[in-house]
Design a protein around this ligand. Structure first.
Ligand SMILES: [Zn+2]
Ligand SMILES: [Zn+2]
Length: 101
């Protein structure tokens, strides 16, 4: 797992990332690449983890980036990290249940 607090923060605060991010957003005209709504976050197609966080070919590579709006970004992460739809989950016995937030 990523030591999110330190290494990821360092990346997202770096001048190199800011420049990369800004030029990427400009290259897609500030629109979500999936639905053409105004974008919100630059997503890494290859998710950043503790092994690749210092690898600029992953973190600062335009080919690994996708500009997304918040709903599309949520969907992307939710679908990859969870076997079930938003609002559903598993209880401790492994039964599918509805989750309320
Ligand atoms: Zn979108
Ligand atoms: Zn993402």
């Amino acid at each position: 797992m990523l030591k999110h607090t330190t290494e990821a923060k360092k990346l997202y605060k770096s001048a190199a990332w800011r420049k990369c991010r800004a030029s990427y957003i400009a290259s897609v005209h500030g629109l979500c690449e999936r639905c053409d709504e105004p974008g919100y976050i630059v997503h890494h197609k290859t998710y950043i983890n503790s092994e690749n966080i210092n690898d600029p070919t992953v973190t600062l590579n335009h080919r690994n980036l996708e500009y997304l709006c918040q709903p599309c970004h949520n969907k992307e992460h939710h679908e990859k990290h969870s076997p079930v739809r938003y609002g559903m989950g598993f209880d401790r016995e492994g039964n599918l249940i509805e989750v309320r937030r």
